[in-house]
Design a protein around this ligand. Structure first.
Ligand code: MSP
Length: 533
């Protein structure tokens, strides 16, 4: 059966677009954190009903950006072995919704994303596609940017690890770690998963030395490499996690990290003799820097500004340490063990939090480029629009856990929540305004909702949404906003403004207030801003 989404949804949701998204229709002027009726209402002014115009004065507080507080959040830098799939989009959608919420709180947000372009995995996929690596990276990196645009992702920085400013910072960082005595040369022999770009412990492998994530056999490698002295940082890492258990979230991922560390940390190789496509090791151009030792630095090099000095110290001064690294659970060890140790070695501060979310799965298996069982985000967005896609995955998957996709479920959720609840509330409110009021409403928003029980309900639900956003419980944040929508619909049903409008006179004025009250029930946040779409 052909997929069908209630057609009123698209119209309704155009009113819910965030401040940075162009609107198709312009009945109201949208400002960053406020829901205001513009004095000039180009759309409504076309309807001259001959009735008295009502003017709305809105003195709702606008969140001001507190320049002192900066919230830096990152997505992983995506491998450019293949174009993005829905699994890669998931982290970025979540990050974008958190970034919007932090902006709403008035913070200066630096939302970093980008692409990870060096190493064996990328060189191999470029060759398999008959391209040279730079050409291949340009093409795939661009497909990520295109998808972010299609999904209404408003990142602040997009870093590519092939950018010369990044390469300079990696070399400088390497030199610092070297100067600290944490890099040495040795032979290494082990089993390597090219898709993970990681040497594996035999005990974590499946039958036939298969990687549990990619279900493909690891290859035996023997190399003369440079090593990072991770083992030196075992105790400092244990101490950090004991003192600050919130460093790794959710808490069950912290347990995982603590048990890795407890089982003993081994030094890891940070160069490759057999890989040309990478940043040369300083003072040894026969080796390139290991792709992870290179890519993690993207979180810092992204902070550089084009017209400023491109060095580590300057980059760090633009916003390091990051407030939040958002990652999938498969790359937790790199972010919660390797990365903090590397930073300590270089004398830099640690990020404040690493959150490892679960996987989008298909038939119970991680959806991935290497396994070839992906869901195409471009197709999904084209078919259903970005709002539906963003909303579904944030609402449906408990952030932190795995979640399966099914089209039936997608259509059911989007229709029930966005079309029938939020969309319906907006459409009926706007429809009545269009039919009965001339462009503007004379209602003072500071008092319009006073004494109305709905105000209390909404205040509580907004607090609920806010707490859930702060705790990164994104599905529960969506749920709280939905409850606001339900409360609004109930209020409309009870007050029946369509009936009051028909009565005219004082009743009609009361009807206009009913329409205005709902979006102004909370002094700081408007329902539309709290939805992650
Ligand atoms: N390049 C490294 C990250 C370096 S960060 C300095 C990498 N890239 S990746 O493209 O393979 O994965 C990027 C992110 O996408 C990871 O967080 C990974 O968990 C996430 N996802 C990839 N497939 C996914 C699902 N099926 N579901 C949810 N997220 C998944 O690792």
């Amino acid at each position: 059966m052909a997929a069908r989404i209630n057609t009123s949804l698209h119209n309704a949701l155009s009113f819910l677009k965030p401040f940075n998204t162009p609107l198709n229709t312009k009945p109201f002027s949208f400002r960053r954190n406020s829901f205001r009726f513009s004095k000039k209402l180009p759309y409504y002014s076309q309807f001259s009903s001959g009735k008295r115009a009502l003017y709305c004065t809105s003195s709702s507080q606008e969140s001001t950006v507190d320049e002192g507080e900066t919230f830096v959040l990152t997505t992983p830098l995506y491998y450019v072995n293949a174009p993005p799939h829905m699994g890669s989009a998931y982290t970025t959608i979540a990050a974008d919704s958190i970034a919007r919420f932090q902006r709403l709180l008035g913070k200066k947000v630096i939302f970093i994303t980008g692409t990870d372009e060096h190493g064996e995995k990328i060189a191999t996929s470029a060759a398999a596609n008959g391209r040279n690596p730079p050409e291949h990276c340009d093409l795939i990196s661009q497909s990520y940017r295109t998808l972010w645009k299609d999904l209404d992702i408003a990142y602040d920085k997009f870093i590519r690890t092939t950018d010369p400013k990044h390469e300079a910072i990696v070399k400088e960082f390497y030199a610092r770690v070297f100067a600290n005595g944490d890099i040495y040369r040795a032979d290494y022999e082990g089993l390597y998963c090219v898709n993970c770009e990681e040497y594996k412990d035999e005990k974590e492998l499946l039958e036939n030395n298969c990687c549990p994530v990619h279900q493909m056999p690891c290859v035996a490698r023997k190399e003369d490499n440079y090593f990072f002295a991770l083992s030196k940082y075992q105790k400092p890492l244990e101490d950090i996690l004991a003192q600050n258990p919130r460093f790794v979230q959710p808490s069950y991922r912290l347990n995982e990290v603590q048990s890795w560390i407890k089982s003993g940390l081994r030094d890891f190789s940070i160069s490759r003799a057999l890989v040309d496509w990478g940043i040369p090791v300083p003072d040894d151009d026969k080796q390139t820097i290991y792709v992870w030792f290179d890519a993690l630095l993207g979180y810092i090099s992204a902070l550089t500004e084009d017209n400023k000095q491109q060095n580590l110290e300057t980059a760090v001064s633009f916003g390091w340490p990051a407030s939040l690294h958002l990652i999938g659970k498969d790359i937790l060890r790199f972010h919660a063990v390797y990365w903090p140790a590397m930073l300590m070695s270089a004398g830099l501060e640690l990020p404040k939090m690493v959150f490892g979310h679960g996987f989008l799965t298909k038939d119970g298996m991680k959806m991935g480029k290497s396994l070839g069982n992906t869901l195409e985000p471009f197709e999904l967005v084209q078919k259903f629009g970005p709002d539906a896609v963003r909303y579904f995955f944030l609402r449906e998957v408990e952030f932190g856990n795995d979640g399966d996709y099914s089209e039936d479920r997608f259509i059911k959720i989007v229709n029930a929540h966005l079309a029938n609840t939020i969309g319906n509330l907006l459409n009926r409110t706007l429809g009545l305004l269009k039919k009965n009021c001339e462009s503007t409403l004379v209602v003072d928003s500071t008092v319009a909702a006073e004494g109305v029980p709905l105000k209390d309900t909404v205040e509580k639900l907004v607090e609920k949404a806010r707490t859930n956003y702060e705790n990164l419980s994104l599905s529960s944040a969506c749920e709280a906003v939905l409850e606001i929508g339900n409360a609004g619909n109930t209020y409309m049903d009870q007050r029946a403004p369509w009936f009051l409008f028909k009565q005219g006179g004082v009743s009609a004025e009361e009807a206009a207030k009913v329409l205005f009250r709902f979006p102004n029930c909370h002094s700081s946040y408007k329902t539309k801003d709290l939805l992650p779409i």
